[in-house]
Design a protein around this ligand. Structure first.
Ligand code: ZN
Length: 506
C-alpha cells in the first residue's frame, strides 16, 4: 500500500471507530426510551456519560489531529467532490469545532443539562417558571461562554445556529422570518376563526388498534421495510439510526385523532433519509443527514406534502372509513383532506398546523436573541412570551405550562435549534416544486399508494450524499439557490383557498 493510501486509511479507521461509539451511544439511548425498566436509569446515565467522555477524548485527541495533518495533503490531490476528499474536510471542521471548547466548559454544560432537565419536567407539570429560572440563567451563562470560544465573525447567535445548521446565519434567517410574519399573521387571523371546517372527528382519542392498522397500511406503502426498520411506542416520538440498515422509529397513540399517524409518517421521513444514504458511506463520519434543517425537510415532506395531500387521502380515506366506521364512515377523501389541514391557532408548537407552525418558531427565535443579548430579563420571559403569542397567533396563554415551559429544548441546552424546523418547512416546499416538475405522474401514483419513484428521487438527489456537502452546498446542488419562503407561501395559500374559499385568503 502506498503511503498516501495508508494515511487516508488510518484516518478512516479512527473515524470509523468513533462512528461505532456514536452508534453504540445511540443504541443505549434508544434502549433507555424503549426497553429499559425504570430502575435502570441510574446505571444507564453512568454508562452514557462514560461513553460520552471517551468519544470526546478521542474526537479531540492530538492523535486525531496528526492523522488529519497527514491525510489532508493526500486528500488535496483528489477530486474535491470525492467521498474521501469530503470526509477529510468534514472531519477537520468537526475536529476544530470540538477542540475550541475547553473540557471544563463541556463538562459544565453536560452537568447543567442533566440537572436542568428533571427540574424542567417538574416545573412544567406545576406551571412554575420560577423553579426553572435559575437553571435557564445558568444555561444562558454557559452558552455565552460557548459563543466566546467559537468567536463567530458575525452575530453571537450565529455560533448557536451553527451547531444545528452549519453555516446558517441570523442575518440570513431574519428577512425570511419577516416575510413569513407578513404573510402568516393575517392569514392565520383570517382562516383561524373560520368554522368552515368542523374537525370534531379529529378532536377525540380514536381506538388504538385502529390507529395501528391505518399506520401499518400507510407505512407499508411508503416503504417501511421490516428487515431494516422498527417502530416502537414511547412517550415522545423520535427516530434514530443505528446503521443505514437499522432504523428505529417510535410513536405514541394517546393523542387526539390521527396525530399518531402523522407522527409516524414524520419519523419515517427521517428514517428514510438515513436508510438511503449511500452504502459506501455507512461506516464513517458522513453517514448522517446534512443538517437538522435538511432532516426536518424530509420528515415534513412526508408528513405534510404527502400525508396531508389530496392524493394520499384518495388512497387512504376508504381505509379510514373501513377501520373507523363510527368516526369516518360517512366521510369522503375531500372531507378528510379538509379536516387534516384545518388551521387552528393554539398554544402548543408540536400540535401546530402548517400555517401556524412557523409563527411558534419565530416567537422562540426572537426571544432567544433578546435573552442572549440581555435585552430581555429572564424574569420577564413569560410575559414577553405571552405577549408575542397574542400578537402573532391571537391566543391568550393561560399558564406557563402551555407557554414558555412547553418545550424540552432549553432544559437540554439547545438554543438556536428552533429555526431549523422552519427551514425544514421551507425546504420541503422548495423540493416539492422541483419534484412536481420532474415527476408529473406522482399525484396519480400517490393516489394508488405507489411511492417508489418519489423514494428514488429523494435517494438520488438528497439522501445518498449523507453529510458530504454542507447544508448550503446541498441547497445549491438540489435547489439551485438559497432558502426561499415563496414556494411554501404560494402552496399554503393555494391549499387554504381550496379548503376555505379564495375570498377568505388575504
Ligand atoms: Zn422531525
Amino acid at each position: 500500500m502506498s503511503a498516501a493510501a495508508s494515511a487516508l486509511d488510518a484516518l478512516k479507521r479512527e473515524l470509523g471507530e468513533l462512528k461505532d461509539f456514536d452508534r453504540i451511544a445511540a443504541l443505549l439511548a434508544w434502549d433507555q426510551q424503549v426497553m429499559m425498566p425504570p430502575d435502570g436509569a441510574a446505571g444507564r446515565a453512568d454508562q452514557l456519560s462514560t461513553l460520552g467522555r471517551l468519544i470526546h477524548e478521542r474526537s479531540t485527541s492530538p492523535e486525531l489531529g496528526k492523522l488529519l495533518d497527514v491525510a489532508e495533503p493526500v486528500a488535496a490531490k483528489l477530486d474535491p467532490d470525492s467521498d474521501d476528499a469530503r470526509l477529510v474536510k468534514v472531519a477537520r471542521r468537526e475536529f476544530e469545532r470540538e477542540v475550541k471548547v475547553p473540557q471544563d466548559l463541556r463538562a459544565a454544560i453536560t452537568r447543567t443539562c442533566s440537572e436542568s432537565y428533571p427540574v424542567w419536567v417538574e416545573a412544567r407539570q406545576k406551571s412554575d417558571f420560577a423553579a426553572f429560572l435559575p437553571y435557564l440563567e445558568k444555561t444562558l451563562e454557559l452558552k455565552r461562554r460557548y459563543i466566546e470560544c467559537m468567536a463567530p465573525e458575525t452575530e453571537p447567535y450565529d455560533a448557536l445556529l451553527d451547531e444545528f445548521e452549519q453555516g446558517m446565519t441570523t442575518a440570513e434567517i431574519r428577512p425570511i422570518f419577516a416575510r413569513l410574519k407578513e404573510v402568516l399573521i393575517p392569514l392565520v387571523r383570517a382562516v383561524g376563526s373560520s368554522d368552515a371546517v368542523d374537525d370534531a372527528p379529529l378532536r377525540r382519542q380514536l381506538p388504538v388498534a385502529g390507529l395501528r392498522e391505518i399506520e401499518q397500511r400507510a407505512l407499508a406503502a411508503a416503504g417501511f421495510d421490516p428487515d431494516a426498520f422498527r417502530l416502537d411506542t414511547t412517550v415522545h416520538p423520535f427516530e434514530t439510526a443505528i446503521g443505514i440498515s437499522d432504523i428505529r422509529l417510535s410513536t405514541r397513540y394517546e393523542v387526539e385523532g390521527l396525530e399518531s399517524l402523522f407522527s409516524s409518517v414524520h419519523e419515517f421521513g427521517h428514517g428514510l433519509y438515513e436508510h438511503q444514504i449511500a452504502p459506501e458511506l455507512d461506516s464513517g463520519l458522513l453517514a448522517r443527514g446534512a443538517s437538522l434543517g435538511w432532516h426536518e425537510s424530509q420528515s415534513l415532506l412526508w408528513e405534510n406534502l404527502i400525508g396531508r395531500s389530496r392524493p394520499f387521502w384518495q388512497r387512504f380515506a376508504p381505509d379510514l372509513s373501513e377501520i373507523f366506521p363510527d368516526q369516518f364512515g360517512s366521510l369522503g377523501s375531500a372531507e378528510v383532506y379538509a379536516l387534516v389541514n384545518k388551521v387552528r391557532p393554539d398554544f402548543i408548537r408540536v400540535e401546530a398546523d402548517e400555517a401556524t407552525y412557523s409563527l411558534h418558531v419565530i416567537v422562540r427565535f426572537e426571544l432567544e436573541q433578546e435573552m442572549l443579548s440581555g435585552e430581555l430579563a429572564l424574569s420577564d420571559l413569560p410575559s414577553a412570551w405571552n405577549q408575542r403569542m397574542h400578537d402573532y397567533l391571537g391566543v391568550e396563554v393561560p399558564e406557563d405550562r402551555l407557554g414558555v415551559l412547553q418545550d424540552v429544548h432549553w432544559s437540554q441546552g439547545s438554543l438556536g435549534y428552533f429555526p431549523t424546523y422552519s427551514l425544514g418547512h421551507l425546504r420541503a416546499s422548495q423540493l416539492w416544486q422541483r419534484i412536481a416538475s420532474e415527476l408529473p405522474e406522482l399525484p396519480e401514483e400517490i393516489a394508488r399508494g405507489e411511492f417508489e419513484a418519489l423514494r428514488e428521487w429523494l435517494r438520488e438527489n438528497v439522501h445518498r450524499h449523507g453529510m458530504k456537502f454542507t447544508p448550503a452546498e446541498l441547497q445549491e446542488r438540489v435547489l439551485g439557490g438559497p432558502i426561499d419562503p415563496e414556494p411554501f407561501i404560494s402552496r399554503l395559500r393555494e391549499k387554504l383557498a381550496g379548503i376555505y374559499g379564495q375570498a377568505l385568503i388575504p
